[in-house]
Design a protein around this ligand. Structure first.
Ligand code: PMP
Length: 280
C-alpha cells in the first residue's frame, strides 16, 4: 500500500513519522475521512472545504485546497482500491515540544487509503446505542485530531455491547462519538442545529438535502434524551456508517425495533446519490 507523509508517497513500511510532529504531542491538527465508491470520490469538495475551514479555526492558515486534492487523488490512483476510505490529516508542523505555536513551521500532511465496503448489514438491521454525558470542549464544529473524549465514549459503547454512544448536554442530545443523530417523530425529521456543539457532518448535510428533495419535513432543532427514546425512528449518520438505523437506545426499543419508513426513504436517496457518481 502507498501512503503519504510530509511531502512523499512511499510504501507503508517505508514511512517514518517524525516524533516532533505536533500531531503526537498535542493532537495539534485537523483531519477528514473521504469515501471512494467505485473509484469515484463522494462529496470530495465538501470534505476539503471543511478540512481547510477546520484548519483555519485552529489558526493553521494558508492551506491550498488544490494541493490537498492532488495528494488524495494521487493516493487513489496509486492504490488500486475501488471501494475505500481516505484518511487525511494536517498537523501544525514539526518542532520540539513546546505549547506555543512554532515560528515558521510548515503544516504536515499525512494521508492513506483503506479498502472499505458499505455497511449493508447494519443499514438493514440497525444498531443499539447508549447515551452519555457530553463533556467535550466547546469547538466541536472543528474536526480536530483531539478525540480523547470521543474515543473514551466509543469504548463505553463497545463494553456495553452497543454500537455507538450518543452524547447529551443536560439531557439535550448533541451527536454521537463519531456520528450525527436524527429522530423522526410525527413524520418530522429532526437533528441538532449545526453550531459549535456538533460537527456538521457531510452525511448530515446530504440527508437534509435528500429530505428537502423528497419533501420530508425537517427541523434543525435540538431534542432531549426522552424525545430520542420516544421517537418513531432514530438513525445515525457518518461517512463510513452512511445512514444507519438505531433499533434501541440504552436497551429500550425504538418503536418496533425495525428500520423506519422515513429512514428507508433517506437511505434510498443516499443510494441514488452514490450511484449517480458513475453515471456522469
Ligand atoms: N460527528 C463526529 C464527532 C464525527 O467524528 C463524525 C465523523 N467524522 C461525524 C459527526 C459525521 O461526519 P461525516 O458525516 O462528515 O462523516
Amino acid at each position: 500500500k502507498i501512503s503519504y507523509y510530509n511531502g512523499e508517497f512511499k510504501r507503508d513500511d517505508e514511512i517514518s513519522v517524525d516524533y516532533n510532529d505536533r500531531a503526537f504531542y498535542f493532537g495539534d491538527g485537523v483531519y477528514e475521512v473521504v469515501r471512494v465508491y467505485d473509484n469515484e470520490f463522494f462529496t470530495l469538495e465538501e470534505h476539503m472545504d471543511r478540512l481547510v475551514r477546520s484548519a483555519s479555526e485552529i489558526e493553521i492558515n494558508g492551506l491550498e485546497q488544490e494541493k490537498l486534492i492532488e495528494i488524495i487523488t494521487q493516493l487513489k490512483e496509486r492504490n488500486s482500491i475501488e471501494n475505500g476510505s481516505i484518511y487525511i490529516q494536517v498537523s501544525r508542523g514539526i518542532d520540539p515540544r513546546n505549547h506555543a505555536y512554532p515560528a515558521g513551521a510548515e503544516p504536515v500532511v499525512l494521508a492513506y487509503m483503506n479498502a472499505l465496503s458499505r455497511p449493508s448489514l447494519q443499514m438493514e438491521n440497525g444498531v443499539g446505542i447508549i447515551t452519555a454525558n457530553d463533556y467535550r470542549w466547546l469547538k466541536c464544529h472543528v474536526k480536530s485530531l483531539n478525540l480523547l473524549a470521543n474515543v473514551m465514549e466509543k469504548e463505553r459503547a463497545v463494553r456495553a455491547g452497543a454500537h455507538e454512544t450518543v452524547l447529551h448536554r443536560d439531557g439535550v442530545v448533541t451527536e454521537g462519538s463519531s456520528t450525527n443523530v436524527f429522530i423522526v417523530s410525527e413524520g418530522v425529521l429532526r437533528t441538532h442545529p449545526a453550531n459549535h456543539l456538533i460537527l456538521n457532518g457531510i452525511t448530515r448535510q446530504e440527508v437534509l438535502k435528500i429530505a428537502q428533495e423528497r419533501e420530508i419535513e425537517y427541523q434543525e432543532k435540538p431534542f432531549t434524551i426522552d424525545e430520542l427514546k420516544a421517537a418513531d425512528e432514530v438513525f445515525i449518520t457518518s461517512t463510513t456508517q452512511e445512514v444507519t438505523p438505531v433499533s434501541n437506545v440504552d436497551g429500550e426499543r425504538i418503536a418496533d425495533g425495525s428500520k423506519g419508513k422515513i429512514t428507508q426513504v433517506i437511505q434510498e436517496g443516499f443510494n441514488q446519490k452514490i450511484h449517480k457518481l458513475n453515471l456522469v
